[in-house]
Ligand binder design. Structure first.
Ligand SMILES: *Cc1c(COP(=O)(O)O)cnc(C)c1O
Length: 229
């Protein structure tokens, strides 16, 4: 890593913020009669420079999320160093970047269509690396968003299984500015119907609700790092 000036106060602030979020996660888990250790806090570091991220690694945090393959390829090989980190891809993925994504990420949350499933399967076979996969569902049926249509989920899941992708759960981003709980509940119901244990749902503004409704992976950016530019 190039000269990075991380003052002790920055590191303390990051450590304190993550500690506060862990406490909120634990509180929500307790309300839901769940073990907090079963909920993974993904620190969403998209758009953040290395010097904003390294204090969290120094504080012992190990799970991070990025939404662009290129940005992650630029930042993470240096940042990750010898630490055993878990890097999650949470943004839309083009099929022609599947190979790079498989090489770089430990989990891919945006599997949503046959062409991408086939490209990921080929890349996994070639590289002998099999990142965990989440199938993304367009839970609010919004045309501008990624994710498969709810009606297409059974066929998409069949395709992932036929292709040999290790699917561990479902992921969704509910519509903005409406109550997210019904969408989280729907995603949980779909996951249960298909026998999937993983539920990647909940962001800075709604992760406690997501945990009450079964989230196993919450993706938190602004509550940790502040507003994005
Ligand atoms: C940016 C992003 C997040 C984090 O959002 P915050 O509101 O900053 O916590 C979570 N999930 C996805 C898919 C994102 O793109």
């Amino acid at each position: 890593m190039a000269d990075i000036d991380t003052s002790p106060s920055d590191a303390n602030q990051a450590a304190q913020r993550i500690e506060a979020i862990r406490e909120r996660i634990a509180h929500a888990a307790t309300l839901a009669d769940r073990d907090p250790a079963t909920i993974e806090l993904i620190a969403v570091s998209k758009t953040r420079p290395a010097q904003a991220i390294s204090p969290l690694i120094a504080a012992g945090h190990r799970s991070f999320g990025e939404n662009r393959v290129q940005e992650a390829a630029d930042k993470w090989p240096d940042l990750r160093g010898a630490d055993k980190l878990k890097l999650h891809l949470i943004g839309q993925l083009q099929s022609n970047k599947a190979g790079q994504a498989v090489a770089l990420f430990d989990a891919i949350h945006s599997v949503d269509r046959p062409s991408l499933i086939d490209a990921l399967a080929r890349a996994m076979d070639e590289q002998g690396r099999r990142p965990d996969c989440f199938v993304q569902v367009n839970i609010g049926e919004e045309p501008q968003k990624g994710g498969c249509a709810i009606a297409d989920l059974p066929a998409v899941l069949d395709r992932t299984r036929d292709a040999g992708l290790p699917v561990v759960g479902l992921m969704a981003v509910p519509p903005l500015e409406v109550e997210p709980a019904p969408y989280f509940a729907l995603l949980a119901k779909l996951a249960a119907r298909h026998g999937l244990a993983g539920l990647s749902m909940g962001m800075s503004s709604d992760f406690e609700t997501a945990i009450l409704l079964g989230a196993t992976h919450v993706r938190i950016g602004t509550a940790l790092f502040g507003e994005r530019a």
